[in-house]
Design a protein around this ligand. Structure first.
Ligand code: CMC
Length: 390
């Protein structure tokens, strides 16, 4: 009838029905397919979480083995992608290369893809989940001028990623089980988060019937910004800039100053208004990894003190601002040897399953419509046009 609700930032707009992920922001609850994130992070592994997000059930042993084989079979990327990478500047930001290379995959898998066939959709999903670690590792290797490392199929998903990141032709990377476990947990904690900006972007792109690789490239682009997935990179940069605990009050004061655009990175969330359950697990994991690797990182002390001071400050309490998933993840990734500019790529790698699960679910729903918000027009009223020479 021409009327619509004006809701900038979609603060109060439900855009779809979904059975994938449930969040209770007031209570700090996050469930994937009904399973709590704490239990999944503790007892499951990423491949099992991928299976349940895509298939709406946990796999039995045989299904798990078959699924792992299927993902493993798809880890290699087409050789032409290697050539595609060579067009990037050596110092290109890894997220720029990831966005481009994921989009470029649509040129390999477009002609024979019927997105209305659930099996073909799932095959695209498996390909994306399988190839993402390969592409992310390629972004890193290209940056540092080392040859790409091919996937090794006998390794687990996290181990294979670490091997492609850190092996060199002369020497295989020695994978520590504790490091592989921590990386797997980071993947689980980032796997899905219902209708966040990048997932909504993927759904919107997919609602027009676009190719899934192009849709996921749109998701990568949306994730990149510091208010979303780019927060992990921004948070570590901030902790490094703070440097020592005595400088924390200065940064807290800046975060509270209305005239200063600075925000505490890794703090606050649109939906969680009590605590982010992912941050609680991430904090524990951070302590475990640093202890296991025998690393005494002064940034951890800065992070803990910053958290303590912020949580006892009325500004943060009133605005319900708590550490989010990205507050501690950077310290773990840094301890493992992953450079800061790769952090958001790792978020993208892990979130790919969330994106494709939502894309798949959306296309399975009857009566699915193209996403097409309206606007509040604030421009000129109709006026006469005069030719340029007048
Ligand atoms: N530091 C200082 N003040 C803040 C912060 C912060 N990190 N976050 C929000 N505020 C203030 C903000 O200035 C505003 O104050 P006022 O009401 O006086 O104008 C109020 O809190 C509400 O902020 P908002 O931007 O309207 O809230 P939002 O729900 O639209 O934004 C957010 C959520 C996550 C974008 C925001 O908290 C933020 O920018 N945080 C820092 C970036 C970050 O850590 N992002 C990662 C999010 S979790 C990972 C993911 O899923 O992407």
């Amino acid at each position: 009838n021409g009327y619509f609700t004006y809701d900038p930032g979609f603060m109060a707009t439900g855009s779809c029905e979904s059975t994938i992920t449930y969040i209770d922001g007031a209570k700090g609850i996050l469930l994937h397919r009904g399973y709590s994130i704490e239990e999944l992070a503790r007892d499951s592994d990423y491949i099992e979480v991928v299976y349940m997000l895509l298939h709406d059930k946990t796999p039995n042993t045989e299904e798990y083995r078959d699924f792992k084989d299927t993902i493993t079979r798809h880890t290699l990327v087409h050789d032409q992608i290697n050539n595609f990478f060579r067009g990037f500047r050596r110092d290109a930001h890894p997220m720029a290369m990831l966005c481009g290379s994921v989009g470029a995959m649509s040129s390999f898998y477009h002609d024979d893809l019927n997105i209305h066939d659930p099996e073909q959709r799932l095959r695209s999903a498996y390909r994306l989940v399988a190839k993402m670690p390969t592409l992310v590792a390629m972004c890193y290797k290209y940056n540092i001028g080392q040859p790409f490392v091919y996937p090794k199929n006998e390794l687990s998903y996290a181990e294979n990623f670490l091997n492609m990141m850190f092996s060199v032709p002369a020497e295989d990377y020695k994978i520590s089980p504790a490091v592989a476990k921590a990386v797997d947990r980071i993947f689980i904690l980032h796997a899905d988060h219902e209708q966040n900006a990048s997932t909504s972007t993927v759904r919107l792109a997919g609602s027009s019937g676009a190719n899934p690789y192009a849709c996921i490239a749109a998701g990568v682009a949306s994730l990149w910004g510091p208010a979303h997935g780019g927060a992990n990179e921004a948070c570590l940069n901030m902790l490094e800039e703070i440097g020592t605990v005595d400088r924390i009050p200065e940064f807290i004061a800046r975060a509270k100053d209305k005239d200063d655009p600075f925000r505490l990175m890794g703090f606050g969330h649109r939906v969680y208004k009590n605590f982010d359950p992912r941050a609680t697990v991430m904090r524990e994991s951070c302590h475990e990894v640093l202890a296991e690797l025998n690393i005494d990182d002064p940034l951890l002390n800065v992070a803990m003190e910053l958290e303590r001071i912020a949580l006892s400050d009325p500004y943060f309490a009133e605005k319900k601002l708590f550490p989010n998933v990205d507050f501690y993840s950077g310290i773990i990734l840094k301890a493992i040897g992953i450079p800061t500019n790769m952090f958001t790529c790792i978020f993208a790698l892990a979130r790919t399953v969330g994106w494709v699960s939502h894309w798949h679910e959306m296309l399975s729903q009857p009566g699915q419509k193209i996403g097409r918000p309206r606007q509040l027009y604030t421009g000129e009223a109709q006026r006469p046009y005069s030719k340029i020479d007048k």
